[in-house]
Design a protein around this ligand. Structure first.
Ligand code: ZN
Length: 237
């Protein structure tokens, strides 16, 4: 089966009102990997922004990114293939398909976000988090707010999925599958981190009129930085 894009993050989600580190073990890249990132389309302004922001993820880890502007400059094996067309999302982590020409990470909103530094940074850092194997914080085995708190996430997902999957029953099933909590033995995780870049902005009803608001972050949290160093090894470059 084709690798399913894990994140369908539209503008509404970025500005909406949702927010640990959860790394899926079998999607982890080998330590000390140099990940070749190729831009399939786009323009120098977009490329430069991604080249500036995305490396924040790996600066304190054994991983590194090497960027290539277009296929003509790229080596035969590429690990993250970036497009700025269609939707927004990323294949999760190591997909083992290094010779395909298909995108693995799509940032179609980025052209509209030029000039909105926080939103642009959020989109790039969130999707590159997926590309490094990190899942949404609300899928953590230690998510503290229960499954009922994710109804809004599923509904939003279905709306966006319909653009890719016209069969609405299938869209709902895909969204329920994408938003299944992860089993403890399949992931490495920290405590729940409401400041992680891998959260969605969410307003959660806690009962008795109380709510918990998780905000949309535009920077890596302390635990995001801890997790990448801890699980991929510290920088040796
Ligand atoms: Zn996502």
């Amino acid at each position: 089966m084709r690798n399913l894009f894990v994140c369908l993050l539209l503008l509404a989600t970025i500005y909406a009102k949702t927010e640990a580190a959860v790394l899926v073990k079998d999607k982890r890249w080998p330590a000390a990997s140099q990940l070749n990132v190729v831009f399939i389309d786009g323009n120098p302004k977009l490329w430069q922004l991604v080249e500036t922001v995305a490396p924040e993820w790996v600066e304190n880890s054994s991983l590194s990114f090497r960027f290539f502007r277009g296929w003509h400059t790229a080596p035969q094996q590429t690990h993250i293939r970036v497009s700025f067309q269609s939707h927004n999302g990323s294949v999760l982590g190591n997909h083992h398909d290094f010779t395909s020409k298909q995108p693995t990470l799509v940032l179609s909103l980025l052209p509209q976000l030029l000039g909105d530094d926080a939103a642009a940074r959020r989109l790039i850092l969130h999707e590159f988090g997926h590309a490094l194997g990190f899942e949404h914080e609300f899928l953590s085995p230690v998510w503290p707010y229960g499954r009922g708190s994710l109804q809004a996430v599923i509904e939003q997902c279905v709306k966006q999925m319909k653009a890719l999957q016209p069969d609405s029953k299938q869209a709902l099933q895909d969204c329920q599958r994408l938003n299944q909590p992860l089993a403890k033995d399949k992931v490495l995780h920290t405590v729940f981190d409401e400041f992680s870049i891998m959260n969605y902005p969410l307003t959660i009803q806690l009962g008795q009129g109380r709510t918990k608001r998780i905000k949309a972050s535009s920077k890596l949290s302390f635990l995001d930085r801890y997790a990448i160093s801890r699980w991929y090894g510290k920088a040796n470059h």
